[in-house]
Design a protein around this ligand. Structure first.
Ligand code: 2AM
Ligand code: CA
Length: 261
């Protein structure tokens, strides 16, 4: 296999995601060991670490020259996106995993020289696999997703965590002017929901690269926009704000946030 046979890499990545999902599902009957990371709302379980270790081992076995940037510490000292880098969140929505045993996802974004090539988000309990290979469109399970239509703020459903509305007054006008808000507790699922035309935008004021690396590839493949809330290009090496939106709505959100800022 050549180093960049993207069809082959995408298929292997999807197989690894499904194997990882099975490990998570099989663990649901067991008691979870939960720890706090930065604060009591920032949870990590033994499964987050086990799943990331599973990816690490399998990728190292098959793709020795590929690099890994993972939430639980794998390859965390990466300073560039040179080469082929897998950006992995083994469980996105750990709080949902702990409290609800649903609404969590595995997120895998594969980049080459900082260009997104493959995006995979798997909503494990819903059995919904979102995939995109650059230039080949995006799929939900075996169905090709249509390109995103223009959306308008007045009719928009916007996913946003209530914590951000309290913390940043720029979000108040946005919440008042849109049709409604939703909060799913998994950034990957929230980005996938825009891709699937279930919501129109998603805003977060603090996400890490593994939360949005896969989603960015899927959204861009569908003609959606993803930048920081400030309108800058996303940075896959550090945490930041994120604004994902359908075309048209993206420009309205940018104007509203800056106008009121
Ligand atoms: P995680 O579950 O993988 O940590 C919750 O609104 C979303 O924000 C989840 O996707 C969660 O990812 C992400 N997130 C990023 N940083 C977080 C933090 N410090 N605490 C809780 N959730 C965080
Ligand atoms: Ca996680």
């Amino acid at each position: 296999m050549s180093n960049n046979d993207w069809g082959y890499i995408a298929n292997r990545a999807k197989e690894l995601v499904r194997e990882a999902a099975k490990l998570i599902k099989d663990s649901l009957k067991d008691e979870r060991t939960i720890e706090y990371k930065s604060n009591p709302n920032d949870l990590v379980t033994e499964m987050d670490r086990k799943i990331e270790a599973f990816f690490n081992e399998e990728i190292n076995k098959e793709f020795q020259e590929h690099l890994i940037l993972g939430e639980e510490g794998t390859g965390q000292d990466l300073e560039t996106l040179n080469g082929i880098v897998w950006i992995i969140d083994p469980i996105d929505g750990t709080t949902n995993f702990v409290h609800q045993q649903r609404h969590f996802a595995i997120s895998v974004g594969i980049y080459e020289e900082a260009v997104g090539k493959i995006g995979i988000i798997y909503d494990v309990m819903a059995d919904e696999l979102f995939t995109a290979v650059k230039g080949e469109g995006a799929f939900l399970n075996n169905t090709k997703l249509p390109k995103l239509n223009e959306a308008n703020l007045k009719e928009a459903l916007i996913a946003i965590n209530s914590g951000w509305i309290v913390e940043d007054t720029r979000m108040l006008s946005l919440v008042k002017e849109c049709r409604g808000t939703r909060s799913y507790g998994s950034a990957a699922i929230e980005i996938a929901s825009v891709a699937a035309n279930r919501t129109d935008a998603y805003i977060s004021l603090n996400l890490s690269p593994w939360d949005f690396a896969a989603g960015a590839i899927i959204i861009e493949e569908l003609g959606g926009r993803i930048t920081t809330v400030e309108g800058e290009q996303i940075n896959l090496l550090k945490a930041g704000t994120i604004c994902v939106a359908k075309p048209g709505l993206y420009e309205q959100l940018q104007e509203l946030i800056f106008k009121k800022g």
